[in-house]
Design a protein around this ligand. Sequence first.
Ligand code: ATP
Ligand code: MG
Ligand code: MG
Length: 357
Amino acid sequence: PKNLWVLGDGQLGAMLSHAGQPLGINVRPVDIMTPSDVQLPLLADDIITAEREQWPESQLSLQLSQHAHFINGPVFGRLADRFTQKSLLDELSVATSPWQLVDDNTSTEALHSAYGERVLLKRRTGGYDGKGQHWLKQNEATTIPDDWRNEAIAEQAINFDEEVSLVGVRTQDGRCLFYPLTLNLHQDGILMASIAPLSRLATLQAEAETMLSKVMNGLNYVGVMAMECFRVGEHLMVNELAPRVHNSGHWTQAGCHINQFELHLRALCNLPLHQPQVNFQCVMVNLIGVDKDDRWLSLPNAELFWYNKEVRVGRKVGHLNLSVHNKTMLEDSINQLKIWMPQQYQAPLDWILAEFA
Ligand code: ATP
Ligand code: MG
Ligand code: MG
């Protein structure tokens, strides 16, 4: 069978392995964080991908990233750095929030006069789940941290209506296919829940597909890519891009006949692929900093994905996919989760109920 190596061995690598099994693809996630002198038994026709945008240089990561079939090799570094990612969006004329590099000469006054009262500083690299962000608020006289100069960008705060994302794929012969847009709810910078598809987002689908096509074609990309957006009125602005499978695409595991993990594998291995069919609408609820609770398995429309990670505050440790083909059943499940889940889940679960009210 074909070997497909994954730089990184987190939940995305695990779910890629899961998807590879029925296809007869031997997906091998690699822990590149623990130093090791073993040589991986890479073969010339193996395929290499990454489940993260960034990794430390080590014997293992070099062995993988220098392989001739490390697909999208140069893209990871380019998108891992917000400076080069935002530059790419500007070059391709894809709408994104106005921004600039924070360098030695940048003053808070200049940032406020360019972007207004609230300015968001984001570390160029390493940020996720809202980490590595710092708000500058004019009325609180917040300042630029010294060690953020040249290491961060400043963005205009976008007063968006809601957040959506598009997960798409590009094949080796340049075809682009997409799932329907996903509606995302973030709380404190971290994704709490997603809903897809949603008929009221259909009017934004074409614009979103045009934007992500420009990016994937511009990068000559192969595989699944995710594009997080802000909806501002009838239009979208790109917040950020991820050159991989994405949390906001996890609903496809339950909702589509080809999920995002399988779609990524098919594209990377140059296997036939076609438009994924949607089986039913889904709600995805992230399990963040909560212990595993087997009662979740009693929900009749739920699928549990538990990542087997140590539970820590604010850490994603699993997700639940809930099907919506029976609306009453969905509402019952969400109400049940409201009883079982801690305080920080009340608002996101109410948001889901409101979307179906
Ligand atoms: P992820 O875990 O998705 O990779 P991240 O840490 O890389 O997240 P972003 O996606 O850039 O960070 O931002 C996290 C959240 O912060 C966004 O989903 C959005 O809710 C909010 N946010 C980001 N940029 C802006 C902005 N310019 N204006 C207003 N809110 C923003
Ligand atoms: Mg990010
Ligand atoms: Mg994000």
